[in-house]
Design a protein around this ligand. Sequence first.
Ligand code: RP5
Length: 165
Amino acid sequence: MSTPWVFIVMGSDSDAEVMRQACAALDELQVPYEMHVASAHRTPERTKQLVTEADRNGAAVFIAGAGMAAHLPGVVAAYTIKPVIGVPLPGSPLQGLDALLAVVQMPPGIPVATVAIGGARNAGILAAQIIATADAALAGRLRAHRKSMGDSVVEKSKKVEKSTR
Ligand code: RP5
């Protein structure tokens, strides 16, 4: 792919349902992406290989989602200087708080931009926003997306508005 694209990776196929929300956001914004499964712990060599290949092949932003002892986003960040967005995933007995703390507490020098527990949609939008800093057409689509969200809030308000005056 010659245009900037997003590399998405998750620790297990059990993460796919949540991580597909990142794909949905990128589809809506017409941003190309690839999605893979690779584990920081179970397949460390595969993780390194996928990230270094994607980096070499023009991936502009990396999204990594993992649950439990969620080291995948940090490991991805170790192999690239491109922006990495971490998605802490729920599903553990600690309901994702474990993953949140693992993803957000990166050591100084190796940042991971962390979204909310299960926040894969925001990860997709944030990745698009990063690419849009150098892509005016994509910036326009992001502005249109914001406007339609605002319009839908007004529409919802109309349905619930009630006056007691
Ligand atoms: C993490 O362990 C994965 O990201 C997943 O959220 C969790 C459980 O993985 P599975 O046992 O379902 O493969 O590494």
